[in-house]
Design a protein around this ligand. Structure first.
Ligand SMILES: [Zn+2]
Ligand SMILES: [Zn+2]
Length: 415
């Protein structure tokens, strides 16, 4: 019989203990229970990731600070850039909304590429990248260049009815950066970097008899018992606090969800944008904007805006609420279906920012023009806050809680 070398790894999603084959870096290992990827077989090396991150850092200033498109208003060209949109929003009295756009479209993309370079530098000077790796994993979901790209298309659709629109060459830089960032997301594997930088933390042998613990931050499976001065259990590798009880995690989800729902009320009732066309001002709420597009015959844009700013936020809240209640009342519902819902909220969360990006672009394009002027409404801040809060809420929702309930039900039926 051929004995393959293997190590033990706990699945981050369902908490199963899985034997993963060793020394096969090109094979992808999936959890047999929930299909979660335990080890990616086609991830990039640190060297290649550094190269892509450097390319992103070089191109990013061109994509963010230079005009991506312009409209021709009575012979006067008006340019729109990512930074221009943020700036115009901030100087028009919407500093907080502008700051939210700034985080997702400027600060986080820069930080993400910089963090990859920092890790490479730390390897060069022989330093351990503990905090850099932790922050890299956390920063990922807040980098929204792909969402911004779709927002550019929507904004272009919106303004082309008012004035002739042309794209600028810097748009190429932005598109390439957005593609490279998305590639980097798919190919980056912080878990493997943890193993390379901290080789003294060995993986567990497959015949290990103890019940090992999993650190959700660095995904290290271990059996040591490390306690800090305050008596809290810590991960030996990344030093994260492991003693966060399910009850506290659930409280965090509830608190951010309730705050998000409260923010959604003014976000949907107040006007999100105000358009002044030939002296007549019209203030539109989220739904009003969709109806406006339908009236203009732009069905595709109406659909995109409806999905991103109305359907997604409401369905996201409904799904988080359902999963929370399923945990509280220990409902016996199909677990794979619940996991699909959880993946859905994780995936769509970022896409709701689309609407704010469109608003920022519109502001820099059609501002105080002679024919048309465009301004952001009070709802924009509440909308952005609702998106942020529900994103934090869903990231605190731990899949392992649902799996634990599922296992308990199975045990009572079989036992
Ligand atoms: Zn699993
Ligand atoms: Zn850890």
């Amino acid at each position: 019989m051929k004995i393959e070398k293997a190590y033990l790894q706990r699945c981050l999603e369902c908490d199963s203990l899985v034997r993963v084959v060793k020394d096969q870096p090109n094979l992808t290992a999936c959890c047999p229970n929930c299909d979660e990827v335990l080890r990616s077989g086609n991830s990039w090396s640190l060297g290649r990731c550094t190269f892509i991150a450097a390319a992103i850092l070089i191109l990013l200033p061109f994509g963010l600070f230079y005009p991506l498109l312009h409209i021709d208003l009575l012979g006067v060209p008006i340019y729109a850039s990512v930074w221009g949109g943020v700036w115009k929003m901030a100087t028009s009295g919407f500093e907080y909304t502008a700051f939210m756009v700034l985080i997702c479209s400027v600060i986080m993309p820069f930080s993400f590429a910089l963090l990859v370079l920092t890790i490479r530098l730390q390897r060069f000077i022989g330093q351990r990248p503990r905090y850099t790796l932790i922050f890299l994993t956390k920063a990922k979901q807040w980098v929204m260049l792909d969402v911004y790209l779709v927002a550019l298309a929507v904004a272009a659709f919106k303004v082309r009815d008012y004035a002739p629109l042309s794209f600028d060459t810097y748009l190429v830089a932005f598109v390439i950066t957005a593609i490279l960032t998305t590639l980097l997301f798919i190919k980056i594997e912080p878990k493997q970097w943890w193993e390379r930088f901290y080789p003294e933390y060995h993986s567990l042998e497959p015949n290990h008899s103890c019940q090992p613990t999993l650190c959700p931050e660095c995904e290290y499976t271990f059996d040591e018992n490390i306690v800090d001065k305050k008596g809290r259990h810590r991960c030996p590798r990344c030093e994260s606090n492991l003693d966060v009880a399910d009850k506290i995690k659930l409280q965090r989800v509830w608190a951010t969800l309730i705050a998000g729902v409260i923010m959604m009320i003014p976000a949907n009732l107040l006007p999100i944008s105000a358009t002044e066309l030939a002296g007549a001002t019209s203030a539109d709420s989220l739904m009003g904007g969709v109806i406006l597009f339908l009236g203009m015959g732009s069905y595709l844009v109406a659909f995109i805006v409806f999905v991103a700013s109305i359907a997604v936020p409401f369905s996201k809240v409904a799904v988080i609420l359902y999963l929370l209640l399923a945990i509280h009342y220990r409902w016996k519902h199909p677990i794979h279906w619940q996991m699909k819902l959880l993946h859905y909220v994780h995936f769509v969360g970022r896409w709701s920012m689309l609407d704010l990006f469109v608003l920022a672009l519109m502001m820099s394009l059609v501002e105080r023009g002679q024919i048309i002027s465009f301004s952001v409404g009070e709802a924009a801040f509440y909308f952005g806050a609702a998106v942020f809060l529900t994103m934090i809420s869903s990231s605190n929702l731990d899949a392992r809680m649902l799996w634990r309930i599922h296992r308990d039900h199975n045990q009572t039926t079989s036992g």
